[in-house]
Design a protein around this ligand. Structure first.
Ligand code: ZN
Length: 499
């Protein structure tokens, strides 16, 4: 049996008789589920209003899941069980019951608050941690406390799931959002501005408090930092098992085994991309310079660089390491944090789309700086959340991008990050990669189907593979000699914060 315990809060409103029958129905239902439970009828004293009742109930509740129900229970009592199941399975932290009435209205309120609860019913469920922060941090006394709950759920980065319910009878009160709700929403924003609520967890890149939820994706939440414009997964540990998620999704086939799966770039496209990247290195490094690649992937860059430079590669994934070694490359199974350089310091460190997979950019850059000789170069290729291509495709890409990456950086955040970590920016420019025609056609077809015939006709005239922008930038930075500004000191001095 499940060990989950459930607390059901029934804030009283309306006649005593109806209220008592609701409490009895819920008790009878929960007893039949085998869950450990408590039902807490919250009777108001003379002047207590809805918001006050919620906070009192949340403080008294002891369950792992806390459910708030309507005193007249206008939906099936099993809805409580459904909400608890969502919390219990860790699919979400918060559940808002919905009758489907507020589908896409109240744009102004949405803009001020984020995802809204349905006003017609009160059913909501919280995990213990979510209740502790979201319910107990509320300040408003009246009905508008619901809006505050929604705002705080967004502020603290909880996953919110909507549970659709059919009403069995009409609800006793016709609650809806009114101009007074907008006034309340503005008040909530003002309280937040004055730091009236406990601070949320800071941005992992710039440590700003000014962060919010951008999107709810399967099992996780994408957060955005208003200061540095980075996007990041709320919970890094949830994204996959061990190692960076990309490795798990795109396992390298053992050397010489079958064709690459559909959707991967052809060998020729990868070789041409590697050749292009290598020519950038050539412009900055002397022949036989010592180069470290973090994340070797299929080894195509190593194979190209190995003939001109003293190449060393590291990768988490054993399959990638074996594959690269089979090509005669010096590659170690190690993460950046535990790699030990036994030779002289590196003249260059190269990262092609791996920086996004690292949970702590500050530690990573400090480590890279240690591995480089003074004056050595860092070659970094990564997405740019301020780039035009990224901006127009972001909504469609969320699930895909955050299936593979932990943090997506903006150009300005990277510049600040590098300069604070002891690097000097040499050049920044768009990154181009070679893509096969079939992939470009597929990509255009899935994003802008209307343009597909025209684009197909045009690219037939171009060489295959062709050079395209993936919305990424290439930054070349040089290790400064002097003492770095140690941002880790700043971080350890930060006050405690929520979550
Ligand atoms: Zn930030």
């Amino acid at each position: 049996m499940s060990s989950t315990s459930v607390s059901v809060l029934v804030p009283m409103a309306g006649p005593q008789l109806e209220f008592q029958s609701t409490v009895n129905t819920i008790r009878a239902y929960l007893a039949s589920t085998g869950l450990a439970f408590e039902v807490l009828p919250i009777k108001p004293t003379a002047s207590e209003r809805y918001g006050v009742l919620l906070r009192r109930g949340a403080a008294e509740a002891t369950g792992d899941a806390i459910v708030i129900v309507d005193p007249d229970l206008p939906y099936r009592v099993e809805a409580i069980g459904d909400a608890v199941a969502l919390i219990d399975s860790a699919a979400t932290d918060i559940v808002f019951g919905s009758t489907g009435a507020i589908a896409s209205r109240h744009l102004l309120l949405r803009w001020l608050i984020g995802a809204l609860p349905d006003r017609t019913i009160r059913l909501k469920a919280f995990s213990r941690e979510a209740a502790r922060l979201v319910l107990e941090e509320t300040k408003l006394a009246g009905e508008e406390c619901d809006l505050e709950v929604a705002f705080l759920a967004n502020k603290y980065g909880f996953r919110v799931e909507t549970l659709h319910l059919d009403l069995q009878r009409s609800v006793s009160s016709k609650r809806t959002f009114t101009p007074a709700s907008v006034y309340a929403a503005i008040r909530i924003r003002m309280i937040n501005r004055r730091m009236g609520y406990r601070a949320g967890r800071r941005c992992p890149v710039c440590f700003s408090n000014d962060v919010r939820t951008l999107a709810q994706i399967s099992g996780n939440v994408v957060r955005i930092c208003s200061r540095c414009k980075c996007r990041y997964l709320n919970d890094f540990t949830r994204s996959s098992g061990v190692g960076p998620p990309r490795r798990a999704l795109r396992a390298h086939p053992p050397a010489g085994e079958g064709e690459p799966p559909v959707g991967k770039h052809s060998d020729r496209a990868r070789q041409k991309t590697s050749g292009r990247r290598l020519s950038t290195l050539r412009r900055h490094l002397a022949p036989r310079a010592r180069v470290l690649e973090v994340g070797v992937r299929d080894g195509s860059f190593g194979a190209a660089a190995g003939s001109e430079f003293e190449y060393v590669g590291i990768d988490y994934a054993m399959a990638a390491v074996r594959n690269a070694r089979a090509r005669g490359l010096e590659v170690y199974a190690a993460a950046l944090s535990n790699f030990v350089n036994t030779g002289r310091s590196f003249d260059a460190v190269v990262l092609h789309h791996v920086f996004e997979n690292m949970p702590d950019p500050h530690d990573a850059l400090a480590r890279i700086k240690d591995l480089l000789r003074p004056g050595g170069f860092l070659f970094l290729t990564t997405f740019d959340t301020e780039g035009l291509l990224y901006v127009v495709t972001e909504k469609k890409l969320f699930a895909q991008l955050f299936g593979q990456h932990l943090v997506l950086y903006s150009r300005s955040a990277l510049i600040e990050l590098l300069e604070r970590s002891g690097f000097e920016i040499d050049t920044i420019g768009p990154d181009f990669e070679y893509r096969d025609h079939r992939l470009v056609r597929h990509w255009i077809g899935s994003h802008w189907p209307g343009l597909a015939p025209l684009v197909s006709a045009i690219i037939r005239l171009l060489p295959d593979p062709m050079l395209v922008s993936s919305g990424s930038i290439r930054i070349i930075a040089q290790r400064r000699a002097g003492a770095p500004i140690d941002t880790r000191v700043v971080r350890s001095a930060e006050p405690t914060h929520a979550r």
